[in-house]
Design a protein around this ligand. Structure first.
Ligand SMILES: [Zn+2]
Length: 422
């Protein structure tokens, strides 16, 4: 609206000026030597305006002509960029579809059109890996790692490659560099944990373990690896705190406390562990300092009195009572187990042993023994250290399953095919 008004005003002004010129009249004279030119004022003004317009058009044309190469360059760059973007998209599709040859061609096109950008380098690396060309992927990852804006991407690729070819030393170095480039990256944390497990660096694995991880197993494994007794003691304490029912940690922690002169604390640890998850080894550790057979029965009562009905409490009490010649006590415990349906093979075998201890080598004893041995054959087996991942049995607890290599999966459990006793 304002613009229209201004144009109207300008037109009015020009008209008024033209009118004034026409009214006023007059001549403009130019004389050079003998030449003389005279034109009327309106005509002169018209000529002036006309030549101004022509000059202006000429200059504008020249300017446009001078800018032409730059504009054409810009248009060409724009076209290359959009062609390059399209090639990147097609390369991504080819990668997702798992067609390495197509991916390689599109990536090459994209690199030609866009140059080496983080995107094209990463695509080149992924396409090379898909096509099984690890050396070419390494080159691309290295180029990425040299760019400050894409350093982490490059290191991540190189780390993955190092782990794949099991070059733990290089992987360790790359993980450190990647951590420096992108501190606290969640992916890196997981990868570093895998690395720590593979290299059996239990301390590092423990430090990186998520809250639900096998912290007790890792802490105990780290303690076994530790040469400094104070640090080993701290790790054992940590393992016991993570899982008081984890017998090997409780035993190690108690042994360390007893060695340091804290016998009372050591006993408290074993008691707590027995409450959490009774295990024959805890019983053995508890009784280790009591050689007298009758005294052992009393000592064991101190350990088991709070969960005397637990099958492991009854089994161990039967064993110690039988050893001390208290056959009546042993029979009471074992028959309670059978009555509760919680007797495993160990209980039946001990009953067979008990018959002989009570009655000697008699026909009645042999008949009773045969009955218990039949029971033993049908009873569930004793719990063992078993790998939850592959089912392999182990004679003692270990951090790592020697059969399948899984870490922190070996647990004290009943045979897989039979429900747990008790
Ligand atoms: Zn296993």
């Amino acid at each position: 609206m304002r613009r229209a008004l201004m144009v109207l005003a300008a037109l009015a002004a020009i008209t008024a000026l033209a009118w004034w010129f026409a009214e006023t009249g007059g001549t403009i004279e130019v004389q050079v030597g003998e030449f003389w030119i005279g034109v009327g004022l309106p005509v002169a003004v018209l000529l002036l305006a006309g030549s101004f317009l022509v000059l202006h058009a000429l200059l504008s044309g020249l300017r446009a002509l001078r800018r032409l190469p730059a504009r054409r360059r810009a248009a060409r760059a724009e076209r290359r960029r959009s062609d390059g973007d399209a090639a990147v998209t097609r390369a991504l599709v080819a990668l997702a579809a798992g067609t390495p040859e197509a991916a390689r061609i599109e990536v090459r096109r994209a690199r030609h059109l866009l140059g080496d950008t983080p995107q094209t380098l990463l695509l080149a690396a992924e396409a090379a890996r898909l096509g099984g060309r690890e050396d070419m992927a390494t080159d691309a990852f290295k180029a990425l790692a040299e760019r400050p804006d894409a350093r982490f991407l490059g290191l991540r690729g190189l780390l993955r490659q190092a782990m794949q070819r099991q070059d733990w030393e290089a992987a360790h170095r790359l993980a450190k560099e990647a951590e420096a480039a992108q501190p606290g990256a969640a992916w890196l944390r997981e990868e570093r944990q895998v690395l720590a497990l593979r290299t059996r660096d239990w301390r590092e694995a423990l430090a990186l373990s998520p809250p639900g991880g096998p912290r007790a197993a890792l802490a105990l494994a780290a303690a076994e690896q530790e040469s400094d007794p104070a640090r080993a003691a701290e790790l054992e304490k940590q393992a016991f705190a993570a899982d008081p029912g984890f017998a090997p940690a409780a035993i190690a922690h108690a042994r360390r406390l007893a060695a340091a002169g804290s016998a009372r604390k050591a006993r408290a640890v074993l008691e707590q562990a027995w409450m959490a998850a009774p295990h024959p080894d805890i019983g053995a550790a508890w009784l280790a300092g009591t050689p007298a057979k009758l005294a052992r029965v009393k000592a064991l009562e101190d350990l088991t009195h709070r969960n005397a009905d637990h099958p492991e409490s009854r089994l161990l009490m039967a064993r110690i009572a039988l050893d001390a010649g208290l056959t009546g006590r042993a029979r009471a415990e074992l028959e309670a187990l059978v009555a509760a349906g919680a007797a495993d093979r160990r209980a039946y075998l001990m009953l067979a042993e008990l018959e002989e201890a009570e009655h000697g080598d008699t026909a009645d004893a042999r008949a009773a023994q045969a009955r218990w041995l039949r029971g033993a054959a049908n009873a569930p087996g004793a719990p063992v250290w078993r790998c939850a991942a592959c089912g392999a049995e182990h004679g003692a607890w270990k951090a790592e399953c020697s059969a399948c290599g899984e870490v922190g999966r070996i647990a004290w459990s009943a045979p897989a095919s039979v429900p747990a006793a008790g």
